[in-house]
Design a protein around this ligand. Structure first.
Ligand SMILES: Nc1ncnc2c1ncn2[C@@H]1O[C@H](COP(=O)(O)OP(=O)(O)OP(=O)(O)O)[C@@H](O)[C@H]1O
Ligand SMILES: [Mg+2]
Length: 227
């Protein structure tokens, strides 16, 4: 066993050349246990999304060590990581990247059909249930481009949850939402984390969220500190 944590990040640093070298992340450590709900807040540009992309295995160009679900991430191939993400990580992007021409249900089902070709009917039921919990039961067959920004963000959240990932990483999942819908999404993530022991990491600017998480970090100029 490489790590007793679902996610262990040690000394994570990252630089961008803009065009001169700029250290965006500086020696960050983070351990995440099953059932943890962790928030990261901090100024715009402080490095939250950059860190989440690394933790979600979407960016492997970093210094330091990352172990997720007993797998050393850095040395893996892109095709391994794509499969690994599909099975283990639900990622909600700051901009949601839905397929606009596909309907709501189809967008949510894409990651599920990728890893399970057999149980389509059960998966459809599961996706409808998730979308209903997110207040979208009347929109299952709507093409995504007909939904509002906040509705699309909720579809992206359902898509991240469909494969029951061990780890959910959400980059401002409530960024486009009003207070009522933000609260609904936060409560759903809390429920999943406590009932299914899913680990959840959320970057957010919303104090109602970061003041109510079990574990709250602040990112300041590329450095993560408990807050
Ligand atoms: N691909 C890139 N190339 C160069 N610089 C980048 C790149 N991506 C991000 N940066 C820089 O890294 C810094 C951190 O950006 P990041 O998106 O991580 O901030 P953030 O904390 O998520 O901000 P926000 O709250 O606005 O989403 C910024 O200064 C940004 O300009
Ligand atoms: Mg960001």
């Amino acid at each position: 066993m490489l790590s007793k944590y679902i996610l262990e990040a040690r000394n994570i640093s990252k630089e961008f050349y803009l065009p001169v070298k700029h250290n965006i992340l500086k020696n960050n450590n983070l351990v995440v246990k099953q059932g943890d709900l962790i928030t990261i807040h901090g100024e715009s540009g402080s490095g939250k999304s950059t860190l989440l992309y690394i933790l979600a295995t979407l960016d492997t160009q970093f210094e330091g060590d990352l172990i997720i679900n007993n797998t050393i991430i850095k040395t893996q191939s892109q095709s391994f990581l794509s499969d690994f993400r599909n099975k283990n990580i639900g990622f909600v992007y700051q901009s949601h990247y839905l397929l606009q021409e596909f309907n709501v249900l189809h967008n949510v089902l894409l990651p599920a059909f990728k890893s399970d070709k057999k149980n389509k009917e059960q998966l459809r039921e599961k996706a409808s249930k998730l979308l209903t919990e997110l207040g979208l039961s009347s929109y299952l067959n709507y093409p995504v481009y007909k939904l509002s920004g906040g509705q699309q963000q909720r579809v992206a959240i359902a898509r991240a949850l469909i494969n029951n990932p061990k780890l959910i990483i959400a980059d401002e999942p409530t960024g486009n939402l009003d207070q009522k819908n933000s609260q609904m999404i936060f409560e759903l993530l809390q429920k999943i984390s406590s009932e299914q022991k899913t680990a959840v990491i959320i970057a957010t600017h919303d104090p109602k969220i970061y003041n109510n998480s079990n574990i709250s970090y602040e990112m300041t100029d590329g450095v993560l500190r408990l807050s």
